[in-house]
Design a protein. Sequence first.
Length: 56
Amino acid sequence: IGNSQDSRGTTPIAEFVEVQGTAEGQAYSRKTLNHLLDLSEKGIAELFEIQRELSK
């Protein structure tokens, strides 16, 4: 995170500000939404780790 204000946001970690999605062809279930959120959380954690490693 390059901007110091970005790293000092007011939203606690693991809380959502907004979730937005569309079902273009077919609606998806709550189970699928939870799975997508889990995948997103994992990917974001991996990106943060890469950023930490690159900033050393």
